[in-house]
Each structure stands twice: as structure tokens, then as C-alpha cells.
Design a protein around this ligand. Structure first.
Ligand code: GLY
Length: 394
């Protein structure tokens, strides 16, 4: 398929990686976003956690997460070269720990699931956990060492993608897309909030949790995404390059049923996250959210209260009904989706860029992403509708 003009609505990491990869295939690409390089990645911790983010029933998503994790080293090297910038990619591994017997039982279950999925994770006693991370609380009861779950700095990733896009000839419009324009053959472009029109042969909705908000999109093509709020803290660790770092790898736990993580960067930044709240478009940082994160982090690492608190922020994860991304072509010719990445947007950035570039140029998703097309929700609705209408018949 000859692709000439592609308009990408949304300039977060997903929109930008799509723009970069599509421009590399020769298309004229325009990204429309009032704040390009912004979005959920400005809040995200940047864990590349295919193994420790595994949940029951999400084995298909695991395959996509692993495919993207495998691409990360080459992707990061290529992007660093293309942008001339550092990304904060750090192959530091992750330690998931348990604070009480309930947490330990939960972690044992996760370990069993990981083993059934053929993943590499090693069970450690509390003492072994503290040998790896000496500042962990004495009460830590055990943990899982996952050497393959790494991290990247999402703010550096966004900045590098913006530069790589510019260098690849992508045009960035600091504007809000207001309406999809359609013609007899499918999409025709978008109308911007100031009334001006941008013509395009293909449009990608990649605006994170706002991807379903563009007017003019036919109902059957609107991506089923909703915002899930996450509050995140940033602290500063002393002497990150010293012989005794405060924390040398990502540490995660489930405390009182809520997931907690601490992500230490080489720069000395320590990211502590995250709440998970169904509060619509609200991005208020609340005293309760900050309190809970600090309280739980303090139980895990008592020394954390000595650190400087640098930033508190809330972001919105774009969540689909099955927590997996919604990718590729829609029933409207020329309209594509790249959203719904929920907890895995940064991890899934490389595979999404490749999948969308393929979807835009070949008209279909590559095999590793084929299960994540938008049609899976339409099909569900149709089946349910048919069953309900049968039940209603006398
Ligand atoms: N990936 C971590 C989070 O969404 O909080």
C-alpha cells in the first residue's frame, strides 16, 4: 500500500514511536498534539517489567510484552544514535519482595505462574533479599529475583523520540485535533481546534486515554479506552554512583493488596509509584495518595523518609476492557489505533512502533501483534448482542 500522508493524533511515546517508524518507511508524517512529548510517559516510572507485571489471564499480553522487551536493547541503541541523546536505559533487574505471610503467598503464586509460562525468576529468602539490597526492612520475608526486568527513563525516551522524529522529517503541530474528516473512500484528515484542516491518507489515534475523544469517528471505530489514574512520587537518593547505593535495582511489592514499586535511576532519582484509581479525568495529587505511597515505601525501605521529596504528580493510564493495547486498522479505511497500553506503555513502545508502521503500510498487523486488533471488542459486543436478542425472543 502506498502511504503518502499520515496524521498521528497524540504525541506521547506511542504516537512518536509510530511517527518515527512510519517516517522511516518513507511516509510524510504529521503529529498533532498541543504538548508533544508529554502524556502519561511524563509520569511513568519506566519499568520494563514483562515478568513482574504478569497477571493471571494475561498470557497473550505477556507474549507481546516479552517481544517488546527483547527488542529494547537494539531499539534503545538505535534511538540513542538517531537522537544523539541518552535514554537512561538500565539493565538493573528487579526484586519483588513480600512483607508478610499474605504477601509471600501472593508472590509464591506469581512465581508458580511465571514458571508455568517458562519465565526466569528465582525465589530468595528474606536474608538473601537483604544481601542484594541491604537497606530493605528487616521484616522482608522473601522475594523473587528477576534479572530480565529492566528500566528506562520515560522522560528521556520522549525527548529522544521527539528529536528522532524531527530528524526523520516528521512535522509536529502544537495543536489540538478536534474532528476526524472522512470522505467516500475513508479518512480524509483531521480538523484542528482552530478550524484549519489537515489532509491525510491515514490517521492514527494515539492520544492515550483521550484516544476515544476525537469527534467524527464512527461509533464502531472508537477505541474502548478509559483513564486510570496513577499518582507517583520522585525523590532524590544520595550519592547514586557511590559504592553503597541506596537501591541498586527496581524493588516492587504488594503492600495491603496494592502494588508498590521503587525505581532507582543512575541520575539519583528514585521513582515511587503508583496508585491505581478509577476517577475519570481527575489528575489531582491527593494527600491520601502521597501518604499511602510513602507509608508503604517506608515499610519496605525505612530510610526513604530521609530522602528529598522532589515531585508529586498524577497521570492517566489508557486502559482497555482487557488491559491490553488496541492496535492497527479499524473498519474505516485509513483509520488506525495505537492506544490502551495501560500499565505497559513504555515497555510496549518498540513493538507498537513496528506494529503500527506495518499496519499503516501493509494494511495489517504483524503476527506478534495480531491478537491486539480493535476487532476483538467489536466481535465481543456482536456476540453478546446476538445472544441477548435470542434470549428476548419468545
Ligand atoms: N507500569 C506501572 C504502572 O502503571 O503503575
Amino acid at each position: 500500500m502506498e502511504l503518502v500522508r499520515v496524521c498521528i493524533v497524540g504525541g506521547g511515546v506511542i504516537g512518536l514511536v509510530t511517527a518515527w517508524r512510519t517516517a522511516q518507511r518513507g511516509a510524510e508524517v504529521t503529529v498533532v498534539d498541543p504538548f508533544p512529548g508529554g502524556g502519561a510517559a511524563q509520569v511513568a516510572a519506566g519499568m520494563l517489567a514483562a515478568v513482574t507485571e504478569l497477571h493471571y489471564g494475561e498470557e497473550q499480553l505477556l507474549a507481546l510484552n516479552l517481544a517488546s522487551a527483547r527488542r529494547y536493547p537494539d531499539f534503545a541503541a538505535e534511538l540513542a544514535e538517531a537522537s544523539g541523546q541518552q535514554l537512561g536505559y538500565r539493565a538493573c533487574g528487579t526484586l519483588a519482595v513480600a512483607l508478610d505471610s499474605d504477601d509471600r503467598a501472593h508472590l509464591r503464586e506469581l512465581h508458580a505462574l511465571q514458571q508455568r509460562c517458562g519465565l526466569s525468576a528465582q525465589w530468595l529468602s528474606g536474608r538473601e533479599c537483604r544481601r542484594l539490597e541491604p537497606l530493605l526492612a528487616p521484616g522482608v520475608r522473601g522475594g523473587l529475583r528477576v534479572d530480565g526486568d529492566h528500566q528506562i527513563d520515560p522522560r528521556l525516551l520522549s525527548r529522544a523520540l521527539l528529536t528522532a522524529c524531527e530528524r526523520a522529517g516528521v512535522v509536529t503541530l502544537r495543536a489540538r485535533a478536534a474532528r476526524l474528516r472522512t470522505g467516500s473512500g475513508g479518512v480524509a484528515g483531521v480538523t484542528l481546534a482552530d478550524g484549519s484542516e489537515l489532509a491525510a491518507d491515514a490517521v492514527v489515534l494515539a492520544a492515550g486515554s483521550e484516544s476515544g475523544q476525537l469527534a467524527g469517528v464512527p461509533a464502531e471505530c472508537v477505541p474502548p479506552v478509559r483513564p486510570v489514574k496513577g499518582q507517583v512520587l520522585r525523590l532524590r537518593m544520595p550519592d547514586p554512583a557511590g559504592r553503597r547505593p541506596f537501591l541498586s535495582r527496581t524493588v516492587r511489592a504488594v503492600v495491603r493488596g496494592g502494588p508498590l514499586y521503587l525505581v532507582p535511576r543512575e541520575s539519583g532519582e528514585l521513582v515511587v509509584g503508583a496508585t491505581s484509581e478509577e476517577r475519570g479525568w481527575d489528575t489531582t495529587v491527593t494527600a491520601g495518595g502521597v501518604y499511602e505511597l510513602l507509608r508503604d515505601a517506608h515499610e519496605l525501605l525505612p530510610g526513604i523518609t530521609e530522602l528529598e521529596l522532589v515531585e508529586t504528580r498524577a497521570g492517566l493510564r489508557p486502559c482497555s476492557p482487557d488491559n491490553a493495547p488496541v492496535l492497527g486498522p479499524t473498519p474505516l479505511p485509513g483509520l488506525h489505533l495505537a492506544t490502551g497500553h495501560h500499565r505497559n506503555g513504555v515497555l510496549l513502545t518498540p513493538v507498537t512502533g513496528d506494529a503500527l508502521a506495518a499496519s499503516l503500510t501493509d494494511g495489517q498487523l504483524p503476527p506478534e501483534a495480531a491478537a491486539f486488533g480493535a476487532g476483538r471488542f467489536t466481535a465481543e459486543v456482536t456476540t453478546t448482542d446476538i445472544e441477548q436478542s435470542r434470549e428476548r425472543q419468545p
